[in-house]
Design a protein around this ligand. Structure first.
Ligand SMILES: Nc1nc2c(c(=O)[nH]1)N[C@H]1C(S)=C(S)[C@@H](COP(=O)(O)OP(=O)(O)OC[C@H]3O[C@@H](n4cnc5c(=O)[nH]c(N)nc54)[C@H](O)[C@@H]3O)O[C@H]1N2
Ligand SMILES: Nc1nc2c(c(=O)[nH]1)N[C@H]1C(S)=C(S)[C@@H](COP(=O)(O)OP(=O)(O)OC[C@H]3O[C@@H](n4cnc5c(=O)[nH]c(N)nc54)[C@H](O)[C@@H]3O)O[C@H]1N2
Ligand code: SF4
Ligand SMILES: [Mo]
Length: 806
């Protein structure tokens, strides 16, 4: 049977299951996360089982089946439809989703609308009525729009409710975006905290940022992961780890994991772990490219036919002589340095012999699937690094074929979806998602060429009003909390902050008005899949319980505010529809696009609908590979741009600091807070963050059992621990020029020497009127407000720190 037939896995799984049936008699132990492990409760007449979704943004979207009795969720199970066969498999929740009952019924959940009575950040609030809350918000909004214009109103990035279609929280899809678009518009952002650098940079190479479906690993002989940790970052049974396991089971592909940490993805599953210094992947690639080029292991025919700027032959006429990639690698380019494996070894910390061996292996094993996670791009030199990793795929001609990949992160099939329409934003100005604190402090100084303002040469006004719905990026998830605190203390700068939340998060403490929201599990919505490999699915969630205390659904909150901004605003916002009307409407639009969807009532009944990608395993840029003339890429030349004229132009015109580089080629540059930053004299350790299984960012961070199971601790190599006389488990100080945290030390060889790793998303806990020492160990006490050069994105993994015993 053809491996690329979408039924291939199904066939193979059946074979496997047959074999395992024989084994089952020997071992009857249920596997973790299988439906067989679940108890089927006896459903009494007062009880019901309600389908809904895990709310957060972990890039899986799991189905929850909530068992309800007397208006309380008493048990949580997950998807029990489908089977163990790939393409019809179960979208099983991880421990976080299964602990949702502890979030819904948490004693700290917000119950009433409140207004702030202490200073911002102090956490002192007073209960008010909904009427007073709505009036205060509407009056302030009217006043600010009148005084400064709509550009002074900002909707902050947030991802707490990235699941539900109507509830979607981030600015481009937030209900507040629709509200503001009915009221003259708002200052919007480009990019995300997730992938600002890669989304900006990769299209200069490929015209977009596509990767092969994970399931296509079935066709690979070798899998190389650069800073990609799906076992922790895409944990669900509906997520990609499932396909990864299955695909490798069948293809027997060898796996190499390149990461400063020995990750859960590597753990016992990899064939080789290559520890690397953070921010140096581009140097590793250059060292490997040197071997491939000098040993003639590259795919010259591919480079000639599909690429621009590999060598003199395809270098655009506008480029200076020897500005091509080959010259850069071999040492006759601008810098005159040959990027030998020895050169790369000194930068990356990877032995020269390993670099040579890896280069040969990657070049000679075909097809080879090269994938990068987003850890390497959340850095001060992230834009260069992501294009550099793509070079490995390009040099070896692994782009556009089954079993290969572009070097980007793995892709997914998505179910047909129609979102709550946010309408057109009359304000065209955009800032980078990361630069909102700058826009409060020095908005009118921010320009297109220096600060990446888009749609205009400069901002006219600073941010004066912030909507923050279902997000903790005011402080906890944004960088440099102490500096942000300082900026927000001055109430004459940003005049009004509205936070809609479930908890008194660190960000919520900065609200002027704080509103208690219903959770997604307490209302109806449609949720499409996110990263799920080759299977798309749609979940129709229903409210598990009625609203408790004075919590309200966001659609009602936004509608009530709209009403106070004018009858016309209200009419435009609601179009006379209730939340249920909207769901019916959106679903009918989806049904028009996908004839396979069941009808509304049936969808409501079944709760989850699954559909396998009818086209099989997605391969990025396959059409281009098959016929580049007919299917050009979206780059200016229509080809893969190793040398980008557009970037050459930007490099010449934008205003940059000395330690910032934008370059037409994917060169190595250390960036700020990198390996060769002079600040290492005082702060010798490189410290990365990582996305942790204990939480989804800060969400679930207050669930005690999850906290206990996965402690907040900083990874330190035994060599460093010994030099610093730090014992495993000891509480230590981690500090730099931005602040100080206290955290337990995890002394482990799973991290390379000289590098520390701190799980991101822990709840910031500091006395902000006192010493500001963070006892919660939120990594953003230590990160910087400086942005990366091209995307102006968050370099939250580029940090330099010192550690000491307390
Ligand atoms: N240093 C560092 N910082 C980072 C990162 C990093 O790697 N390192 N990662 C970045 C990335 S990739 C991202 S995506 C961001 C994520 O940052 P955020 O988008 O802020 O994500 P969370 O911390 O999960 O916060 C979501 C909030 O939504 C709330 N919430 C959940 N459900 C509901 C609901 O139904 N209604 C309302 N109103 N609220 C709800 C939760 O209580 C929680 O406070 O963090 C970024 N910050
Ligand atoms: N459990 C859980 N899952 C999540 C999330 C969560 O908070 N918790 N968040 C979700 C969200 S919104 C996002 S955006 C994604 C984030 O997904 P990613 O950005 O891919 O996750 P990270 O853990 O930040 O980074 C991935 C890996 O890169 C490594 N790394 C860091 N710097 C470097 C480097 O310079 N070179 C190399 N080679 N490796 C490096 C880290 O050690 C880590 O193992 O995860 C999603 N999934
Ligand atoms: S946190 Fe992610 S993997 Fe876990 S249940 Fe929720 S959506 Fe699924
Ligand atoms: Mo993210």
């Amino acid at each position: 049977m053809d491996k690329n037939n979408p039924n291939f896995f199904a066939f193979n799984r059946r074979q496997l299951l047959k074999t395992s049936a024989a084994l089952a008699t020997v071992s009857q132990l249920p596997l973790p996360f299988t439906s067989k492990a679940e108890t089927k409760p006896i459903v009494e007449s007062t009880e019901k089982v309600v389908w809904n979704t895990c709310p957060g943004n972990c890039h899986s979207r799991c189905a929850l089946r909530l068992h309800v009795k007397d208006n309380e969720v008493y048990q949580v199970e997950t998807d029990n439809t489908g089977d163990d066969i790939y393409g019809n498999h179960q979208v099983r929740a991880c421990l976080r989703g299964r602990s949702i009952r502890r979030v819904m019924n948490h004693p700290d959940r917000l119950k009433y609308p409140m207004k702030r009575i202490g200073k911002r950040g102090e956490g002192k609030f007073k209960r008010i009525s909904w009427e007073e809350a709505y009036d205060t918000i509407a009056d302030n909004l009217k006043h600010i729009v009148k005084e400064y214009g709509n550009e002074a109103v900002y909707i902050n990035y947030s991802s707490g409710v990235s699941a539900g279609n109507i509830l979607r929280s981030a600015a481009p899809t937030s209900p507040f975006a629709r509200l503001m678009n009915c009221y003259g518009g708002y200052l919007s952002y480009y990019g995300t905290y997730s992938r600002a650098q890669v989304s900006m940079a990769m299209p200069y190479t490929y015209g977009s940022n596509e990767g092969n479906a994970t399931s296509d690993i079935i066709n690979s002989k070798l899998v190389v992961y650069f800073g990609n940790n799906p076992m922790e970052t895409r944990m669900s049974g509906g997520g990609i780890t499932y396909h990864l396991e299955q695909a490798r089971e069948i293809s027997k592909a060898k796996m190499i994991v390149i990461d400063p940490r020995y990750t859960d993805t590597a753990a016992g599953r990899e064939d080789e772990w290559v520890p690397i210094r953070p921010g140096t992947d581009a140097a590793l690639v250059a060292g490997m490219a040197y071997v491939m080029i000098s040993e003639n292991l590259i795919d010259q025919a591919f480079l000639d036919k599909y690429c621009v700027g590999y060598d003199e032959k395809t270098l655009p006429p506008s480029a200076p002589k020897n500005a091509h990639y080959k010259a850069y690698i071999l040492g006759y380019g601008e810098d005159g340095v040959a990027k030998t494996p020895n050169w790369a070894a000194k930068i990356t910390g990877i032995p020269e012999e390993t670099i040579i061996r890896l280069a040969r292996e990657i070049a000679m094993t075909k097809p080879c699937c090269i994938v990068q996670g987003w850890g390497i791009q959340r850095q001060s030199n992230g834009e260069l690094a992501v294009r550099a990793v793509a070079m490995l795929a390009i040099l070896t001609g692994n782009v556009g074929i089954h079993g290969g990949n572009s070097g980007a992160r793995e892709d997914t099939y998505k179910i047909t979806n129609v979102k709550f329409p946010t309408l057109k934003n009359p304000v065209k100005t955009k800032i980078s998602v990361f630069m909102w604190t700058d826009a409060i402090e020095r908005g009118p100084e921010m320009t297109a060429l220096r600060d990446g303002v888009k749609g205009k040469d400069k901002l006219d006004v600073p941010i004066k009003f912030i909507w923050n719905y279902a997000g903790n990026t005011i402080t906890n998830q944004h960088s440099n909390i102490n500096k942000t605190h300082h900026i927000l203390q001055d109430e004459s700068k940003c005049e009004m902050i509205v936070v809609v939340e479930n908890f008194m998060t660190d960000s919520a403490k900065y609200a002027d008005i704080l509103l208690p929201d219903l959770m997604i599990t307490e209302q109806a919505d449609l949720t499409p899949n996110e990263y799920a490999g080759n299977m798309g699915y749609l979940i129709f969630g229903q409210p598990a319980t009625t609203a408790k205390f004075e919590r309200k659904p966001i659609y009602e909150i936004a509608s009530e505010i709209a009403k106070r901004l004018g009858q016309d605003v209200y009419n435009k916002f609601t179009e006379g529809k209730t939340q249920e009307d909207w769901i019916k409407f959106l679903y009918s639009e989806m049904m028009k696009k996908d004839k396979d969807l069941p009808d509304y009532e049936n969808m409501k009944k079944i709760g989850i609908f699954k559909k396998r990608d009818p086209k099989g395993h997605f391969v990025a840029y396959k059409a281009f590979r098959d016929d580049p003339e007919k299917n050009p890429l979206k780059t200016p030349s229509g080809k893969i741009e190793i040398y980008s004229e557009a970037l050459a132009q930007i490099a010449q015109t934008w205003e940059l600091e000395e330690d910032e580089v934008i370059h037409p080629l994917p060169i190595y540059h250390a960036g700020f807070n990198g390996v060769d930053d002079p600040k290492r004299k005082d702060y010798p350790f490189q410290m990365i963050g990582f996305h942790y299984k204990a939480r989804t960012h800060s969400s679930y961070g207050n669930v005690d059992i999850l906290e206990a199971a996965n402690r907040q601790e900083i990874w330190i190599n035994p060599i460093d621990a010994q030099a610093k006389n730090i014992q495993d488990g000891a509480m230590i100080r981690v500090f730099n020029e931005n602040g100080e945290v206290r955290i337990a030390a995890k002394v482990t060889p799973r991290i390379m020497p000289g590098v520390l790793a701190m799980p991101q998303g822990a709840w910031h806990k500091a006395n902000m009127n006192g010493d500001q020492i963070d006892h919660g160990a939120c990594i953003n006490t230590l990160t910087t407000h400086r942005s990366s050069p091209l995307a102006k994105g968050n370099p939250q993994h580029s940090n330099l720190v010192q550690i000491e015993n307390i």
